[in-house]
Write a new protein. Sequence first.
Length: 146
Amino acid sequence: MARYFTLREASQLLPEIEPSLREAMFFHCEHTEAERRLQQEIQRILFAGGARVDQDEVARLRARREASALALKAVIEKIHATGCQIKDLEIGLVDFPTLYHGNEVLLCWKLGEDSIRFWHGLEDGFRGRKLIDQEFIENHQGEKLN
């Protein structure tokens, strides 16, 4: 079951989420770069007919790729444990589920924005972001209390 946030609750999480998101973005870049370099090395080996294999370089690239993948997985799990959802590690996009008029929607925050100012429907995505206005604030809610 998803956790639902109020705008206030999601905003209070930003100081915790932001450094973790930056860390996840770093490890994502590390993993992507290690994978790219490893594929280049494999292509070079194939074009050379396997005659010139730098085993140390291949091992180093594989270790870098695996280490960054493990670190990335750990940071993503840490962020997801808060209840928010990473949507894009390239631009640093995070969504926080909330209820608006009883329907699940997402509060939307992008790294570099000073606060959460947008929301969108589940199918709308980043391009469908709408500015949070007073009507939204008055009609959204977080967890339902029993």
